[in-house]
Design a protein around this ligand. Structure first.
Ligand SMILES: Cc1cc2nc3c(=O)[nH]c(=O)nc-3n(C[C@H](O)[C@H](O)[C@H](O)COP(=O)(O)OP(=O)(O)OC[C@H]3O[C@@H](n4cnc5c(N)ncnc54)[C@H](O)[C@@H]3O)c2cc1C
Length: 386
């Protein structure tokens, strides 16, 4: 167990964490890149790292003690994510899921967080997020997957798509309609669904990088107990909006740490040619610096218990731009066969993920619309002919 404590102050935490990382260089050496071969392989390799970080306390700081944490606010978690990247190591991919779903469970379904959060942090469980449907992505409030309440709980019927880690997850945080179709965002509820329940069919979707990153889920008369409900019936939209601010804030912070590490990899890969590419590398650095500064402000607000509001769409836009800026520069500038060489498999995988960064968690066009109307106060677009 580490001796670092949030109450010791940020500088001490960073110093103790840096010392721990340096002292564990031999164990961490296998974790300089995500395994590009398969989601299953990545999860397997990174489970070892997750256990190590959990056993030594590092992933427990910043989470409440009754949920398996060691206390302190969310900035303690942000320090860990940042220092892992700064030392050139990956952050286990599942910690992205933890940051998206964990704070929401603590806020709206504490008993579920008490029962499951430590298992997720330690890598013993995987969770997924079942929100999108074939005809309800950007327009999520039109979702049709139905949860009908009866005396024993709820019965779910419908379909979800583009579910990250859906085929390997043991639990799914599901958005389903409990009101009428016309009730739109007011008739939606959120549930914690045990993926081993009868009536759930999972079909993996192969992503362009060759990995089964995503899945389709089909629910046929799936019976959920009443305690599967997260928050209040009909209040799932508010729960989802609370969750999204963590996905857009803290997940983006995790990625900025990784992207800074990727920029370092690019500079090292360029070697003596780096000087000739100073302008391009400088532009990439500025993209990441703006992402980092914006996310830092958001994470600090979230840690204080504030809700950042619609301006958090700026974080999401900067994340997409930052991902594509670094990875596109690497693909263009590095002297490697990016299409085929086995050595470039990590960059290839990052390239495909960078394409998705302007889609998942809310497409870039939608974020621009939110910023235009709700942050800048611009009028809605009026199309000619209507
Ligand atoms: C890698 C990846 C992982 C994902 N993981 C998950 C997950 O774990 N769980 C989950 O539930 N979902 C997940 N998604 C789905 C994601 O949330 C949706 O893809 C996203 O919300 C967009 O929805 P859509 O795909 O239905 O596209 P659509 O909503 O059909 O949009 C298609 C295009 O039209 C544009 N568009 C739509 N409406 C407007 C508008 N009003 N104004 C301007 N342009 C508009 C969009 O910006 C987009 O370019 C994931 C997606 C990806 C790529």
């Amino acid at each position: 167990m580490s001796t670092a404590a949030p109450s010791a102050g940020r500088t001490e935490l960073v110093e103790q964490l840096d010392a721990w990382i340096t002292g564990h260089a031999d164990l961490l050496e296998a974790h300089r890149e995500h395994d590009p071969r398969s989601v299953e392989q990545t999860a397997e390799n990174e489970r070892e790292l997750q256990r190590l970080l959990f056993e030594d306390g590092w992933t427990r700081w910043g989470w409440p003690e009754d949920c398996g944490g060691l206390g302190g606010d969310a900035t303690n978690r942000a320090v860990l994510y940042d220092r892992m990247g700064a030392h050139g190591y990956v952050l286990p991919e599942l910690l992205g899921v933890v940051e998206t779903l964990g704070p929401m469970l603590i806020e709206f379904a504490r008993p579920i967080a008490q029962a499951h959060l430590a298992a997720l942090l330690r890598g013993d469980e995987m969770w997924c997020q079942g929100f999108s449907e074939p005809n309800a992505g950007s327009d999520l409030a039109s979702l049709r997957c139905k949860a009908t309440q009866d005396d024993d709980g709820f019965v779910v019927n419908g379909q979800k798509i583009w579910v990250s880690l859906g085929h390997v997850a043991q639990w799914c945080v599901l958005l389903a309609r409990t009101g009428s179709q016309e009730s739109a965002h007011r008739g939606i509820s959120m549930f914690m669904v045990d993926m081993s329940l009868p009536g759930i069919e999972v079909r993996p979707i192969r992503y362009a990088n060759g990995r089964n990153e995503l899945s389709e889920l089909f629910f046929s008369d799936v019976r959920l107990p009443p305690e599967a409900l997260i928050g209040e019936a009909g209040a799932g939209w508010n729960v989802a909006m609370y969750l999204l601010q963590w996905e857009r804030g803290m997940y983006a912070w995790q990625r900025q740490a990784w992207l800074h590490k990727r920029l370092d990899d690019l500079v090292v890969g360029l070697g003596s040619d780096a000087g000739a590419q100073a302008d391009r590398l400088g532009d990439v650095y500025l993209d990441l610096a703006s992402l980092r500064a914006t996310c830092a402000r958001t994470v600090a607000a979230l840690a204080r218990g504030e809700s950042p509001g619609p301006e958090i769409s700026v974080d999401k836009l900067l994340l997409g731009a930052g991902e594509q800026s670094v990875i596109d520069a690497a693909i263009e500038l590095l002297d490697a066969d990016m299409a085929l060489s086995p050595e470039a498999a990590g960059w290839r995988s990052d390239y495909f993920y960078a394409r998705a960064a302007t889609i998942y968690g809310g497409a870039a066009e939608i974020q621009r619309g939110i910023i235009a109307q709700r942050v800048l106060g611009l009028p809605r677009e009026v199309r000619s002919g209507r």
